[in-house]
Design a protein around this ligand. Structure first.
Ligand code: SAM
Length: 323
């Protein structure tokens, strides 16, 4: 099992397969995707080597992310390859939901276990304002189709923003009243590119927490290995609420994840100073060398990020690496 010097164990890999995104979310890519490198994205063969090596180091869950991972035509093959890796128990995907209605059944058939769909507002005008796309209803239809087919492992990621979140809270809660979905509010994080937006729009998750307690939601005890979300349930609601508060004290104490970018760089933290290139090992199919390198690098993982000090490392926007 991979462990760092602070006693944290790592069983979860977030693997970005592209940095291209077709949405232009106000907090991430407000001017749309601009390619700023000439490198190629991880190939299917490299992804297989990565999945095998990480699994041999104790990784049990791999989340495929981006950019927008569904823009890769070989996403179904990637899901199948990761799922077929001995030791990998769960394959998850984070998506903007753009291709949900057409492709989710194929992803599930290829072995997808869990999906996170990013929906920052359930109000169509706000959704379009945030993402640049008038696609809310289509994405919601895709989710309802999945639920109707019996696929229940769905989470929705919602980034908290002053402009939208405060006055739409009841809409978020209403959505999960009859749906067994985990809706997770994520505090807006500062990245290299979004400082002004962050200063204008950041809302603390404590604001949601207060509302939840006032409306009778109760916090559910979580296993230490469950990751950083605080989870709340309510007897009148089929769904649950998760709160991800990266600015809160001790947020990093339960960190259980590592990241690899679509350019084949290991990131020990979402906000680390640089990625550590794995491509030489991948190009030479050198799984033993790769495992030794990852294990050695993990000794340098810091106890926390430095977001509260305003330091977001080399991460200009999360599309570079996946959220
Ligand atoms: N395209 C996919 C999607 O939309 O879910 C995957 C990539 S996206 C970068 C992953 C997640 O990161 C999304 O839920 C997005 O809302 C979140 N995200 C992006 N930038 C963020 C920021 N600055 N603060 C908090 N969450 C952010």
């Amino acid at each position: 099992m991979l462990q760092d010097t602070y006693g944290r164990s790592f069983s979860y890999l977030r693997l970005s397969i592209t940095d291209v995104c077709n949405f232009s979310c106000t907090y991430c890519l407000p001017d749309g995707y601009q390619r700023c490198h000439k490198e190629t994205f991880l190939s299917l063969a490299q992804i297989k080597t990565l999945a095998t090596s990480f699994s041999e180091l104790g990784i049990e869950k791999i989340r495929i992310t981006g950019g927008e991972p569904s823009l890769r035509k070989d996403l179904p093959q990637i899901i199948a390859a990761v799922k077929a890796t001995p030791g990998i128990k769960k394959v998850a995907l984070t998506t903007n939901g753009y291709k949900l209605t057409q492709q989710l059944p194929m992803w599930i058939a290829n072995g997808l276990d869990n999906i996170n769909v990013s929906i920052d507002s359930f109000e169509p005008t706000s959704f379009k304002l945030i993402t640049g796309h008038d696609k809310l209803q289509e994405i919601l239809d895709g989710i309802d189709q999945a639920l109707a087919s019996g696929f229940n492992n769905i989470k929705i990621n919602t980034v908290l923003m002053k402009q939208h979140s405060a006055n739409q809270l009841q809409q978020y809660f209403d959505y999960i009243k009859q749906r067994p979905i985990s809706l997770r509010f994520i505090e807006l994080m500062q990245t290299g590119d979004n400082e002004v937006f962050y200063n204008e729009q950041h809302v603390s998750g404590q604001f949601i927490k207060n509302q939840l307690f006032a409306q009778g939601w109760v916090q559910v005890e979580q296993d230490k290995s469950a990751g950083p979300a605080q989870v709340f349930s309510h007897p009148d609601y089929q769904g649950t609420i998760g709160l991800i508060m990266p600015y809160s004290k001790d947020f990093c104490a339960t960190c259980n994840r590592l990241r690899v970018s679509s350019l084949g760089k290991l990131h020990l933290c979402l906000f680390s100073e640089q990625g550590l290139s794995l491509t030489d090992y991948l190009d030479n199919d050198d799984s033993e060398g790769l495992k030794d390198y990852i294990t050695a690098q993990l000794r340098d993982k810091h106890a926390t990020h430095y977001l509260t000090e305003g330091f977001s490392g080399a991460t200009k926007h999360l599309s570079m690496l996946g959220g």
